[in-house]
Design a binder for this molecule. Structure first.
Ligand SMILES: Cc1cc2nc3c(=O)[nH]c(=O)nc-3n(C[C@H](O)[C@H](O)[C@H](O)COP(=O)(O)O)c2cc1C
Length: 203
């Protein structure tokens, strides 16, 4: 098994996929990695919808402003932030809203719910990479909040059977890289993003 740091370093966003299908067992492992992610008070305020049909990939691609990698991915995972999960968890022993997002205002719950999904998304992306499956996170898509493609957003919500309070947070496109290309990771330097004790002080 590859070292985790190796998987992190090697992973890159891939937008062109081969025709090869991902075995269901591997898709299940990817989803399982998401299920095991941590969350605030273990609320697990997420749902993951696996999309394999071309019809639904086309619809999600339309919502993603026509991004072709969404259309041509072998599978998509639509990650849902479920704002209802905090109430459903029925955590009554923590009465301080700073410690219990269920007691926060609607915006607070939405922000916290979206925040939780980052962890399973990262886990799923890395598990996919460890299985030799490439991915691309898709954050550019329409919604009623951004008022971009609200009608398509409504169609997607209906198709995916989303309830009130369930928000599309992230889409993960998955597939095998069409043709392996070496890429250089362009990132800010270690010193630009890491400080010791205070900004401006080197580690
Ligand atoms: C929250 C988020 C949203 C993103 N949205 C898109 C997107 O809509 N379309 C796309 O092609 N890539 C998208 N990306 C991929 C980034 O462009 C990519 O991760 C970044 O350029 C770094 O490249 P790398 O992933 O190859 O290391 C997104 C990444 C993140 C984390």
């Amino acid at each position: 098994m590859a070292d985790l740091m190796e998987i992190i370093s090697k992973r890159k966003s891939v937008r062109k996929y081969s025709q090869k299908h991902i075995p269901d067992g591997d898709l299940r492992k990817v989803l399982e990695a998401g299920r095991l992610a941590p969350s605030w008070m273990n609320v697990q305020s997420w749902k993951f919808i696996l999309i394999k049909s071309q019809e639904n990939k086309d619809l999600i691609s339309e919502l993603s402003i026509g991004q072709q990698q969404v259309k041509h991915a072998d599978a998509l995972i639509v990650c849902i932030a479920d704002t209802n999960a905090w109430d459903e968890a029925k955590i009554t022993d923590i009465q301080n809203p700073a410690l219990n997002p269920a007691l926060q205002c609607e915006n607070g719950i939405v922000i916290r719910s979206l925040e939780q999904v980052i962890y399973p998304v990262s886990y799923m992306m890395l598990e996919a990479e460890s299985l030799g499956i490439s991915s691309c996170i898709i954050g550019a898509f329409g919604s009623d909040v951004t008022e971009i493609l609200p009608d398509v957003h409504e169609r997607v919500r209906k198709t995916l059977n989303l309830s009130e309070g369930q928000i599309i947070s992230t889409i993960i496109a998955l597939g095998y890289e069409e043709e392996h290309k070496e890429t250089v990771k362009t990132r800010k330097s270690f010193d630009e993003v890491v400080a010791l004790e205070k900004l401006g002080q080197k580690f």
